[in-house]
Design a protein around this ligand. Structure first.
Ligand SMILES: [Zn+2]
Length: 384
């Protein structure tokens, strides 16, 4: 039985420039490695009009339950200006105890840790007769249209049972062991355009200035107290991200004004309840100011919470044993693929320290990587 070394495998994965949604051959590479361990594998490619096709991988060893699943993504964000890096981002190298490369943190090293953990686990438990599976997507950093969302539907249709899922995203702010994520806030982006009447600045009575209206609206939006937060979630927050009143002249009242805002909301709301609330503000103020509005909303995810169960607490204990830190159960940060997976399985997220994710010289400490492999291996040992 083969044993995979986590650092070596992480390096091999980083060498594929799988900039989202490109696959660059990395999915087949991982598939081959899993086959060597005895996994039954399937590469599932999804297509949808206006989006690039994406390869996903589902692999399972064993046919009996329970089925413990590990989920993650092999796509990475673009490296940005390569000259800003101290190394070529796709030629990983180790410096001062850190492995550097695009995806070293988010999240190829975590996948390497899990595969290494499984290889050690299988070697030690040669009569293993339950199931371990991997759900790996190539569409997490991009549109997330042809990725985990569709794999989950695919598995549901085939009545594939997953009993618990660990998503290996980087969850720790500073030190390995600090944080498990059990849910995420929802995210809603709105783009608002206010239409007024263009005119001469000296004759404001003949015009209707949309900047006045949009400032009033944005001020009211920013002052909404959505909630005070909950036991599991921080308060819902709205941030204005763009204001655009393009105007080439200084003596002209503009005809329209535009703004974009994003709301991170907790599970006291749905994207629909928030939209309703905001629309009321738009209607009230534009009516008063005799102007018109158009709004476009984009929802990247609803808020969700996966209630902790005995596996959650077992994982918390394992992490504490190895890192000497008791991880907090948190719902902070952006959205993740757990929002799709929770429809078919309970789960949580635990991975590396996210400090350098998406940055130049993205890196993982070799000590953390070794400990993560140990944690994943201990989780399997305790789960089965
Ligand atoms: Zn990620």
């Amino acid at each position: 039985m083969t044993i995979f070394n986590d650092v070596k495998l992480a390096k091999e994965l980083i060498r594929f420039p799988s900039i989202t949604p490109m696959d660059a051959g990395v999915m087949r590479f991982l598939e081959k490695k899993l086959k060597k361990l005895g996994f039954k594998t399937k590469i599932i490619e999804f297509k949808e009009k206006n989006f690039k096709p994406v390869k996903n991988l589902y692999a399972r060893i064993g046919s009996k339950g329970p089925n413990f699943c590990y989920a993650g993504h092999l796509d990475v964000v673009p490296p940005g200006n390569i000259n800003d890096w101290t190394i070529n981002p796709f030629k990983p190298s180790v410096k001062k105890g850190h492995l550097i490369g695009r995806g070293a943190n988010d999240m190829k090293s975590s996948i390497a840790a899990f595969v290494s953990a499984v290889s050690i686990f299988l070697k030690r438990n040669n009569k293993f007769d339950k199931s371990i599976s991997l759900l790996i997507t190539g569409d997490e950093e991009g549109d997330a249209v042809n990725g985990t969302k569709k794999v989950v539907d695919y598995l549901k249709k085939r009545k594939e049972k997953i009993n618990f899922c660990l998503v290996g995203e980087p969850t720790n702010p500073n030190k390995l062991g600090e944080m498990i994520k059990i849910g995420r806030r929802g995210s809603l982006t709105g783009n608002l355009i206010i239409y007024g009447i263009q005119g001469h600045v000296a004759y404001p009575q003949r015009a209707n200035n949309p900047s006045t209206t949009i400032i009033k609206i944005l001020n009211e939006l920013k002052n909404i107290k959505f909630d005070k937060g909950t036991k599991d979630f921080q308060p819902t927050n709205l941030e204005i991200t763009k204001i655009n009143i393009s105007n080439n002249a200084d003596n002209v009242i503009p005809g329209s004004a535009e703004a974009t805002f994003n709301i991170r909301f907790n599970n006291k709301h749905t994207s629909n309840s928030i939209k309703k609330r905001l629309n009321k503000v738009f209607k009230k103020i534009t009516k008063k100011n005799k102007s018109k509005f158009k709004v476009n909303f984009r929802v990247s995810g609803e808020a969700f919470l996966t209630s902790p169960n005995k596996t959650t607490y077992m994982i918390q204990k394992v992490i504490k044993k190895i890192t000497k830190i008791k991880p907090k159960l948190s719902t902070s940060g952006g959205t993740s693929d757990l929002r799709f997976i929770r429809k078919i399985s309970p789960g949580l997220e635990f991975g590396l320290v996210g400090k350098t994710m998406h940055k130049v010289d993205e890196a993982v400490s070799l000590k953390d990587l070794k400990n993560l492999t140990k944690i994943y291996q201990n989780i399997l040992q305790n789960y089965f």
